[in-house]
Design a protein around this ligand. Structure first.
Ligand SMILES: O=C(O)CCC(=O)C(=O)O
Ligand SMILES: [Fe+2]
Length: 357
């Protein structure tokens, strides 16, 4: 194994099989009706789109969207700038290194569940500044104002990133509204939670890996926020745990599509009508891979709990409320360095928590 750091090695039961099943069935949803204003006057079209989205959230927790209205130039702009940035010398990239306090910037030693990921990332936030708790401790009320660090090279990264952020934000609100409708809620039921949003974008680069059977690009995890909108290149490597049988299946790259997944917050808001599904990234020994997730997250002050209209005597709340800012900060701290304690998870707030799901 030569000089590969043992921090990358997954426990035996989490190591990937090199021949993963390519997933048939992850729904591909055509959003083209949304680009036509008259769509909103046609209850038939709206109804079938909402049903498709609801079924995908329920059965998979994942779906892909095509004809989503994001211009291809915007996508190509950020991808090209990301490739240029990651091609720089490590020393240059480390000039915009993320640290424990400035949670945005370049980083190449992220851990998922205390195992190091085979990747390097560049994170930037979309609200400037973004407000976050200064520490993960409940008693500490201090709030920090966080700003992006942009590298000197490539100079266009900033503008491409800001343009991409606006496009992702627009698409995310549209999806959020369709999801609210699919739960029988008013279209804008969730929108208010995103005032002072803590959403951010991550540029991921997964270099070729000499031990793809032992390490992962990102270890198995669920996304902690509300919704993730992910762009991946044509290499492939994202595996989703299929709800029907628990099998890991590969998400086939579809050009100019986005992969959408329900995060933990929608699981809680919907009182588990929809679930956040586990996923991971496999790497390979030949080709590098790039991906760009947009994590759509509410404001730090938001207390996350099941939506009142979705709870009743027959279907009581499955979660106690928790504060998003503290949850996010705790997760960020544990991904920043290897800790000996378990990662924070929403099941810690489950009302009937007796498991270690
Ligand atoms: O690179 C990917 O395909 C997914 C990355 C991911 O799941 C994450 O960053 O949360
Ligand atoms: Fe993820």
């Amino acid at each position: 194994m030569g000089e590969v750091d043992s921090a990358f090695i997954q426990e035996l039961e989490h190591r990937p099989k090199l021949n993963v099943v390519e997933a048939g069935g992850i729904p591909v949803i055509d959003l083209s009706p949304l680009n036509h204003p008259e769509f909103y006057d046609d209850p038939g079209v709206l109804h079938s789109l909402i049903k498709e989205i609801g079924d995908a959230c329920k059965n998979w927790g994942f779906f892909q969207v095509i004809n989503h209205g994001v211009p291809s130039e915007v996508q190509i702009g950020i991808e090209t700038a990301a490739r240029k940035f990651f091609a720089l010398e490590t020393e240059e990239k480390r000039k915009v290194r993320r640290d424990e306090n400035i949670v945005y910037g370049y980083y190449d030693t992220e851990h998922t569940k205390n195992v190091r990921d085979w990747k390097e990332v560049f994170d930037f936030t979309i609200e400037n500044p973004t407000l976050l708790p200064a520490s993960h401790k409940t008693e500490d009320k201090e709030v920090q104002e966080l700003r992006n660090q942009w590298p000197e090279y490539p100079p266009e990264l900033r503008e491409a990133g800001e343009e991409y952020a606006r496009a992702m934000e627009r698409l995310s609100y549209t999806l959020l509204e369709l999801i609210a409708l699919s739960l029988g809620l008013p279209k804008k039921r969730f929108n208010g939670f995103f005032q002072d949003q803590t959403s951010f974008i991550r540029l991921n680069h997964y270099p070729p890996c000499p031990i793809p059977d032992l390490a992962l690009g990102v270890g198995r995890h669920k996304d902690g926020g509300a919704l993730t909108v992910l762009a991946q290149d044509d290499v492939g490597g994202l595996d989703v745990k299929r709800k029907s049988d628990g099998e890991w299946v590969r998400v086939k790259p579809v050009p100019y599509s986005y992969i959408i997944n329900v995060g933990d917050i929608i699981q809680v808001w919907s009182n588990e009508k929809y679930e956040s599904v586990e996923h991971r990234v496999m790497v390979n020994s030949e080709r590098e891979r790039f991906s760009i997730p947009f994590f759509f997250n509410p404001g730090h002050e938001v207390m996350v709990k099941p939506i009142e209209e979705l709870i009743s005597e027959e279907s009581p709340a499955k979660y106690k409320e928790y504060n998003w800012g503290k949850f996010f900060k705790t997760r960020k701290t544990s991904n920043f360095k290897k800790l000996d304690v378990e990662n924070i998870q929403i099941h810690h707030f489950s009302i009937s928590d007796s498991s270690d799901k």
